[in-house]
Write a protein that binds this ligand. Structure first.
Ligand SMILES: C[S@@+](CC[C@H](N)C(=O)[O-])C[C@H]1O[C@@H](n2cnc3c(N)ncnc32)[C@H](O)[C@@H]1O
Length: 296
């Protein structure tokens, strides 16, 4: 079946149509990450690195984020916007930390079932909550906050960061990783977003304005670094785009295609890849890690 990518606002762009043959041909050209650069992921199958991750990077990104953290066995880590819990399990499994995984769109019962089935019931506590509301934790409680492909949904303001960091020990870390723009959207693009960032999702999500709710909330690494610094409670230790971001993204698209998890997303991702060859801003991946000031 052909996949048609329609603009969210009718009449603002020409639809793009992908035939199954075109999708297959383009997927065949996608590159594969260099696994030797990720020794901590030895033993995972290719699919396991993306299964249960929502957003580019999968566990490759989790590994890159974790490299910037000073995790010790027994540390308590808040996985903010943990989604389906893949990174929570990764952290518990590789670092012996205790994880509190909080998420809005995933039911705690589903996460509990998964963590129990995988043998991590005693290591990961799932909570269903909106992180923009008052959080039910003691102040200075966490050794680190880890937020993968999630922070852009709610964390774009200094007031939120200051509130969040109250729950982190002085010297404790906040690490965010995920999609990032290579340049800020221009004023013109914010008014008239490119189709590849402003398409209509298939039903039942066809009422979602994906540009307003998702893509427009992305920024450049410098924008995020400045925001963290301006919070007054953080010292930025690390802020880098991933040099292999494009390949990690391609691997995710191949995985979605091979497992038929989201044919529409495959087509939309292929459209984005074609567009970004000669347009900006492009989406990349980054990691930003900061420590709570001792006197904050
Ligand atoms: C793209 S998914 C990423 C999930 C997971 N971290 C991963 O990498 O697979 C974004 C997640 O952010 C969560 N999220 C968005 N807004 C939130 C909020 N206000 N409070 C808690 N979680 C939120 C959603 O529930 C969703 O699971």
């Amino acid at each position: 079946m052909n996949i048609t990518i329609l603009p969210y606002r009718p009449g603002t762009a020409e639809p793009l149509v992908y035939t199954p043959a075109e999708v297959r041909a383009q997927v065949a050209l996608l590159r594969t990450p260099d696994r030797s650069r990720y020794p901590e992921l030895a033993g995972y199958t290719r699919h396991e690195l993306y299964e249960d991750c929502s957003g580019g990077g999968g566990l490759y990104l989790a590994a890159r984020m974790a490299r910037t953290l000073r995790l010790q066995p027994g540390d308590i880590v808040l996985d903010l916007g943990c989604g389906k819990g893949a990174a929570s399990i990764f952290l518990a499994r590789h670092f012996g930390v205790r994880v509190i995984g909080v998420d809005l769109w995933t039911a705690a019962a589903d996460l509990d079932q998964k963590f129990t089935a995988r043998g991590y019931r005693d290591h990961i506590t799932p909570l269903h909550l909106d992180v923009t509301a008052e959080l039910p934790f003691a102040e200075n409680y966490f050794d680190a906050v880890f937020s993968m492909n999630s922070f852009s949904f709610y964390g774009d303001n200094a007031a939120f960061i200051r509130r969040l960091m109250r729950y982190v020990k002085p010297g404790g870390q906040l690490c965010i990783g995920g999609q990032v723009l290579t340049a800020e959207f221009t004023a013109e693009q914010l008014q008239h977003p490119p189709l590849v960032y402003a398409f209509r999702l298939p039903p039942p999500a066809d009422g979602v304005d994906i540009f307003a709710d998702d893509f427009s909330k992305h920024h450049t690494p410098d924008w995020w670094r400045d925001l963290f610094a301006s919070s007054g409670v953080l010292r930025v230790d690390y802020c880098e785009m991933l040099e292999d971001a494009d390949v990690l993204y391609e691997e995710m698209v191949r995985d979605e295609h091979e497992h038929n998890t989201d044919p529409f997303d495959v087509a939309a991702s292929l459209a984005q890849m074609a567009w970004k060859r000669d347009h900006a801003p492009r989406m990349s991946l980054f990691v930003l890690t900061a420590a709570r000031n001792s006197c904050a």
